[in-house]
Design a protein around this ligand. Sequence first.
Ligand code: FE2
Length: 116
Amino acid sequence: MSFYVPYSDLPSEAVALDSAIDSLREELDATNLYHQRYLVLNDEPLKELMLHNRDEEIEHCAMLIEWLRRKFPEFDRELRKYLFTDAGITRIEAVPDGGNAGDPAARSLGIGSLLR
Ligand SMILES: [Fe+2]
């Protein structure tokens, strides 16, 4: 838990957000842990189990990100902007909010060509 102001001042939604962020951090750490174990183990069945566990943690990460998206329009906006496109990640900011880097409209503005 990471509280930067007195806990008693926070509404329940802030406590929920803190729990979600902590959980996402834990799932990412677990993903890292299982991935590293997968890489170094020589026992094939155990190696396979580590890979299975890693992928389960990735699924949990995705679930938490989806929770954040549903709760916060700002996450929804940014995830829609940055995910599922082949555009250069650091160039996507050039697309106006509400735009989609892979969208023909963005391309027609000449923005799409800047994004590759
Ligand atoms: Fe998990």
